[in-house]
Design a binder for this molecule. Structure first.
Ligand SMILES: [Zn+2]
Length: 408
């Protein structure tokens, strides 16, 4: 079987397993389909001869392909879940030959893929492209990454390639707060650095993400019948409003871009006795990020002073960290990717990712983990698509990384 056919069949097989994550569940994995997929991957790895695997109860699957030479170890990571956008959880991926014309994802329901809406598809004229049937996402995010990692296992076990230990890590529930990566015990994956295969179109590369914290602020006021409220009522809604007003209204997601950070109040629940506010703190720059957290504490201390009868409590914790916080210590994982793309003749497109990845979670645990491309476009949409040639390139890119680590 050719590599292209292997990737094609594997992608159809993995997207055929419904594994959308569910943010309302508290246990990992949040859905059974993710475990079903992890079991299938484990079985397929065993058939390929990769028998050193551990499938945890939380559906984290760690496979080790032992090295055959004295070469540093590396790991790759992808996620088992697909995102819930309110469309069908079931995916019917199929291939079309792209002719340059608009085409129907679903002819009966007249779901049309308009080339002018997504002009990047013109780069793939004549290629075979995976698309949806118009009812769901494609789930190339991240079944493409999963497929590529299985391609790595197949390549290393069937060819005579010198390599160090290669760990393949599949995690659940990325789309609902990077929960699988948070649950991963990184001591089980002893490598200096790793890569997530969860990126976008061919050539895209992310090693800058936000530093992120979340603050839950609770305000306890004093409630009483409004007719007897004089000098007694302490309205938590007004205190909350006063607190929010301490923050610059231009320092928000809707007013920032590129490397700018922000404060984002995403929820306020209030009743006559109390209020709960949920605040997201984001910045690329570590120093500015720390200053933002100090600002939050100061704003709350000021409000507490202004309303001494209120009980105000802050719980703030770091959620993930900028992958490039470690850049000054270790540029190797970046330069290897740059070299790999150069060797393969792929133009690199790199920029700050205004969010987080599983790699940002690992980075917070001290493990630098940049994000490399899968080849997908329009993720989290029914118009998501994946050119088969880009998927092949994603695998070649990962294999080139393994080769470069061996020759460094
Ligand atoms: Zn993803």
């Amino acid at each position: 079987m050719t590599q292209r056919d292997f990737l094609k069949d594997a992608f159809i097989r993995y997207t055929g397993i419904t594994s959308q994550s569910d943010r309302y569940q508290t246990y990992l994995p949040t859905t059974e389909g993710q475990m079903e997929l992890a079991i299938l991957l484990k079985d397929e790895l065993h058939s390929l001869g990769v028998t050193d695997t551990e499938l945890q109860e939380d559906a984290i699957l760690i496979a080790k392909i032992s090295g055959n030479a004295n070469i540093p170890a590396v790991s790759f990571m992808s996620h088992l879940d697909t995102v819930d956008i309110g469309a069908s959880p079931d995916v019917n991926a199929h291939l079309i030959k792209f002719t340059g014309e608009d085409f129907y994802l679903d002819k009966d329901k007249k779901v049309l893929f308009k080339v002018e809406d997504y002009p990047q598809i013109k780069n793939y004229l004549g290629d075979d492209i995976f698309v949806t049937d118009g009812t769901s996402v494609l789930g190339a995010d991240d079944k493409a990454g999963v497929t590529v990692m299985m391609g790595i296992a197949r390549h290393l076990t069937q060819n005579n390639v010198e390599h160090g230990d290669v760990y393949l890590v599949f995690v659940p529930d990325e789309e609902i707060g990077l929960r699988g990566a948070k649950a991963l015990d990184i001591s089980k994956v002893p490598v200096e650095f790793s890569y997530t295969i969860d990126g976008s179109y061919i050539g895209s590369f992310n090693y800058e993400t936000f530093n992120a914290a979340e603050a839950i602020i609770t305000i306890e006021g004093v409630s009483i019948h409004p007719g007897r409220a004089k000098n007694v009522l302490l309205n938590p809604l007004l205190i909350a409003q006063d607190l929010v007003a301490q923050f610059d209204i231009l320092d928000t997601p809707e007013n920032s871009e590129n490397h700018e950070g922000f404060f984002y109040f995403i929820e306020m629940k209030v009743n006559p006795s109390g209020a709960v506010l949920d605040l997201l703190v984001r910045d690329f720059d570590l120093k500015k990020f720390e200053e933002r957290k100090v600002f939050v504490k100061k704003a709350i201390a000021d409000i507490q002073q202004k309303y001494p009868r209120a009980k105000i409590n802050l719980e703030m914790e770091d959620v993930y960290a900028n992958i490039s916080n470690f850049l000054s210590q270790n540029k190797k994982p970046i330069s290897i990717v740059e070299k790999a793309m150069e060797n393969l003749g792929i133009p690199m497109v790199s920029g700050p990712l205004r969010g987080g990845t599983d790699g940002s979670v690992l980075s917070a645990k001290g493990r630098m983990t940049p994000n490399i491309f899968t080849g997908s476009h329009n993720v989290h949409s029914i118009y998501e698509y994946l050119p088969l040639t880009s998927l092949e390139k994603s695998l070649e890119h990962a294999l080139e990384i393994i080769k470069l680590i061996a020759t460094e």
